[in-house]
Write a protein that binds this ligand. Sequence first.
Ligand SMILES: O[C@@H]1[C@@H](O)[C@H](O[C@@H]2CO[C@@H](O[C@@H]3CO[C@@H](O)[C@H](O)[C@H]3O)[C@H](O)[C@H]2O)OC[C@H]1O
Length: 474
Amino acid sequence: MAFLKVSGTKLVGGEGSEVVLRGAGLGGWMTMENFITGYPGCEFQVREALEGVLGEEKSNYFFDKFLEHFFTEKDAVFFRSLGLNCIRIAINYRHFEDDLNPRVLKKDAYKHLDRVINICAAQSIYTVIDMHTAPGGQSGGWHSDSGVHIAKFWVHKDFQDRLVWLWTDIAEHYKDNPWVAGYNVLNEPADPHPTHSGLITFYDRVYTAIRNVDLNHILFLDGNTFATDFSHFPENSGERWENTAYSIHDYAVYGFPNSPEPYERSGAQLERLRKTYERKRRWIDEKGLCAWNGEWGPVYARREYDAEETDQINERRYMVLEDQLQIYAQDKLSWSIWLYKDIGFQGMVYVSQLTPYMKLFKTFLERKHRLAVDAWGKDDKDVKHIYQPIVQLIKDSVSDDSNLKLYPPLWSVEERVTRLSRTMLVAEFLVKEWAEMFSGMDFANLEELAKSFRFENCEKREGLNKALRANAGL
Ligand SMILES: O[C@@H]1[C@@H](O)[C@H](O[C@@H]2CO[C@@H](O[C@@H]3CO[C@@H](O)[C@H](O)[C@H]3O)[C@H](O)[C@H]2O)OC[C@H]1O
């Protein structure tokens, strides 16, 4: 079997035939995330807290069982039955090395990644390995699992050295596997340097290190600032980084609770969808390079929180989804929707409310929702007023308005105050409580909880899957 390659603006398989990758991100697995599995804060925090409650052996057992049950052959069979052909697997560097023992590969580092890549290959599903978290954090987002909003990856060379070391190991490990479509070197970098020089230097270094051991695989490079900005990428990127595709993340504002207005498919709204997408990929097109949409997709209303408005909201979200799919189909764009499985906000399949895990965390999740502890698709109607005085204080106290505009530009003063005070500070106080819900559990209880994430214990988001299936084989 031939390796996928980049040829001009396209991905091609054996004998140069075009391959369009259409699939989903396996988020929440080897990078867990707060809204995906329901904990507060960051993955490293809940792992530490659970160890505090259960001890090392039981805590490791739970997370290992979680990884095992979250993705099995049944998931891959279902995924392929929709006609989808690629899964982007988000990984957390912490599975491979420890901050207190850097550059020492952990025992069993590849155990689950190998297993899932092989399960996918057996169903003719390609995989893209996505480095979702970097030592020190490559963005101020919870999804970089750093726990803070300053992305230290860009200011400590040693963090970068460690990631170059890790990618070299991963490339060595998978260099002969053609079912691995490629390596998504760094999810959503947010390098604050005015010329994005940290990112370009890192891409140069990691490119060279990977190419020294692996000439086969495609590199997927995200634009800076959450995969939206290529303005400082080198003029000669095409020659400088061979066999490379460029990744945008095309989240549409209409797919989220903070949409400026209800989505009705008006001419102006359709125009905005298309224009935003075209803006993100403009540089790639101008340079004649290959584009990949590595993340996109609406979130969905939940009956437990949105009551009788749920269906109407979701009909609108499905319209956004379908309109985005239509744009991508016209361009024969390869895409990876976010995401495959979660506890019921965005996933193609989601853990049933009847499972032990969802029953255990029911009231905890309701409180977390009311407090808007997660940033993604937040609904802050119950708590917004509490943070407004802080927002106002900052606005009133900073003399020059230009000083209110900090990096990243997507974060307004409101967004920054929210992110820091709710998703980091409030969340931190809930972490122990999350872990204490596991108190007194034995190995059998822990496996039962982990089994809640098995495919057979999940519901399917039929509207989403229907739209994906309709577009999968185009
Ligand atoms: O792990 C994922 C994570 O990768 C993802 O990150 C967010 C992506 O969207 C970012 O904002 C968008 C930037 O582009 C504009 O056009 C959109 O309107 C914005 O929504 C956001 O800052 C990132 O945190 O989020 C989901 C995680 O699970």
